[in-house]
Ligand binder design. Structure first.
Ligand code: ADP
Ligand code: MG
Length: 179
């Protein structure tokens, strides 16, 4: 089974993906590493721009029929049996990305994306089997257990578990007001 783990940068994808791969005995695959290895990405400044169509084709060729966990914020564009969309309160995303030294503009962009459910909406557009998990205030182990219990219960779709709209005032200072 191919399981993709997606979500806004800083949400905890890599942490969960590695735990999940270990627990299920699946291969762990980072999209970024895969793209570099296969020459699918183009370096633009500090960033790796990935051709999503090429990525999906290459991953599909490589992993069809295998047991893998695909980690990356583009992983919901890769053919998968199940997409796990991690969510975290925009305040947590802000704290973590600040820690990573993200410039203000990228910080704002990602906080806004989490706030308005960008990745969830994209994932739902791509795949029927989507599990949305709120990680806020949960230890990685608790997130892992929640995912495993949904999978083991045979649940393949659960969305609509968070709504950050009531936090607008709190996160407003982070959002860059566009001219
Ligand atoms: P991503 O791969 O989505 O960018 P990471 O897995 O690298 O996110 O996690 C970002 C940061 O948040 C790391 O410092 C990680 O240790 C921390 N983190 C991840 N999951 C949790 C969690 N459930 N609770 C608290 N901190 C977490
Ligand atoms: Mg990561």
């Amino acid at each position: 089974m191919i399981i993709s783990v997606t979500g806004t940068p800083g949400v905890g994808k890599t942490t969960l993906s590695k735990l999940l791969a270990k627990r299920l005995g699946y291969e762990y695959v980072s999209i970024k590493e895969f793209a570099v290895e296969k020459g699918i990405g183009t370096k633009v400044g500090n960033e790796l721009e990935i051709d999503v169509k090429k990525l999906a084709e290459a991953m599909s060729r490589e992993f069809r029929g295998k047991n893998v966990i695909i980690d990356g914020h583009l992983s919901h564009f890769v053919p998968a049996d199940l997409v796990i969309v991690l969510r975290a309160h925009p305040r947590l995303i802000a704290e973590r990305l600040k820690e990573r030294g993200y410039p203000e503009e990228k910080l704002a962009e990602n906080i806004e994306a989490e706030f308005v459910d960008v990745v969830l909406v994209e994932a739902i557009g791509e795949n029927e089997n989507v599990l949305e998990i709120d990680t806020s205030g949960k230890e990685p182990k608790e997130v892992l257990d929640e995912v495993l219990s949904l999978i083991h219960a045979g649940i393949r779709r659960r969305v609509g578990v968070v709504d950050w709209s009531s936090s607008y005032e709190e996160i407003l200072p982070y959002l860059r007001v566009r001219a």
